[in-house]
Design a protein around this ligand. Structure first.
Ligand code: 5RP
Length: 219
């Protein structure tokens, strides 16, 4: 099965978590785009929808959804998003699309976080995928030097500005044997807005599209 079919199957399975009157948060990326394409079919179950990026907002609006602000709706019943890597503890690396800050806010505001991936993203140890970190522009070199001292190789994502007007450092070869500790450590560097490790707030449910269909971890 092609990766795109696996992503679509995972997205389709996530629709089952949308109950009546749901305040729904929607993530960003190619897997979530499959979900967005399917949302018109369950529109009657969605009370409000909140978006994690301008790209997702545009797609939702094109399909006729009115997108609410998080400040208007309070907490989310459900947040559905993809990931760049996931481990069996449902800890994630996110931010390949650069939307990690708003994604982390929505995950934090959600009573349930359902993550949808294809099986290539399930890993034993996080960190093969370069870790995205959103930094304020004036701190970029300072933060990069700190990360180099932590034995990572930070690479500036050139010509990319986040929805919040910031830059992304993609950090290669970091050993993330303790995701919670690494998340805390990087968060504490001045100038870091968000690190793409989602360990303190992992997913509650991981839906993995694979050759046999889907596999679900968590509940
Ligand atoms: C965007 C993200 C995405 O969830 C992540 O990059 C996965 O994207 P895709 O579904 O296209 O593989 O974190 O910031």
């Amino acid at each position: 099965m092609q990766p795109d079919d696996k992503k679509r199957n995972a997205a389709k399975a996530a629709l089952n978590y949308i109950g009546d009157n749901t305040v729904l948060g929607v993530g960003t990326g190619s897997t979530v785009n499959h979900l967005i394409d399917l949302l018109p079919g369950v529109k009657d179950r969605i009370r409000s929808v909140v978006s994690s990026s301008t790209a997702t907002t545009t797609r939702l609006e094109e399909l006729g959804f009115e997108v609410s602000l998080l400040n208007e709706v309070g907490d989310l019943d459900l947040y559905i998003d993809g990931a760049d890597e996931a481990n069996k503890h449902l800890q994630l690396i996110k931010g390949g699309g650069g939307a990690l800050t708003r994604e982390k806010v929505l995950a934090g505001a959600a009573r349930k976080f359902v993550c949808i991936i294809d099986d290539s993203k399930l890993v034993g140890m996080l960190g093969k995928f370069p870790l995205p970190i959103e930094v304020i522009p004036m701190a970029q070199s300072f933060v990069a030097r700190k990360l180099a001292k932590m034995r990572g190789q930070p690479v500036w994502r050139e010509k990319f500005v986040t929805d919040n007007g910031n830059h992304i450092l993609d950090v290669h070869n970091l050993v993330i044997s303790n995701p919670m500790e690494m998340e805390t450590r990087i968060n504490q560097l001045p100038g870091v807005l968000t690190v793409g490790i989602f360990a303190h707030r992992p997913a509650d449910v991981l839906i993995i599209g694979d050759d046999s269909g889907i596999r679900v971890i968590g509940k």
